[in-house]
Design a protein around this ligand. Structure first.
Ligand SMILES: O=C(O)C(=O)C[C@]1(C(=O)O)C=C[C@@H](O)C=C1
Length: 93
């Protein structure tokens, strides 16, 4: 496949722009994944401390704060993103 095919561009110039921008997106995605893994590790510390102290894994009022934070920053899809992040960090409830 040529660069034109894989990018969907109709000109070599557009294919170059897309190929370069996709490299930046791949690098950003790697950083985002790393941050999600770091977030999950910090979240695990909190959950462990709470459970060890006799509490529950989940704290719904805090989850509402997290959901609101993402919704304020990113709009309605931010809520869906935060729900996915919470599931990654504390499992399904
Ligand atoms: O902040 C907490 O108390 C956490 O346990 C962290 C966290 C989160 O990942 O944001 C995870 C589970 C809780 O239900 C609420 C929030």
């Amino acid at each position: 496949m040529t660069a034109l095919d894989v990018t969907g561009a109709r000109t070599p110039e557009a294919a170059d722009v897309i190929t370069g921008a996709r490299e930046r997106i791949d690098a950003l995605d790697d950083r985002i994944i790393g941050l999600i893994q770091e977030r999950a590790a910090v979240s695990a510390v909190i959950q462990e401390a709470r459970i060890t102290s006799g509490g529950r894994r989940v704290n719904l009022s805090r989850e509402m704060e997290v959901l609101g934070h993402y919704r304020e920053a990113l709009g309605k899809p931010g809520t869906a993103l935060a729900m996915t992040l919470l599931e990654l960090c504390r499992g399904r409830i």
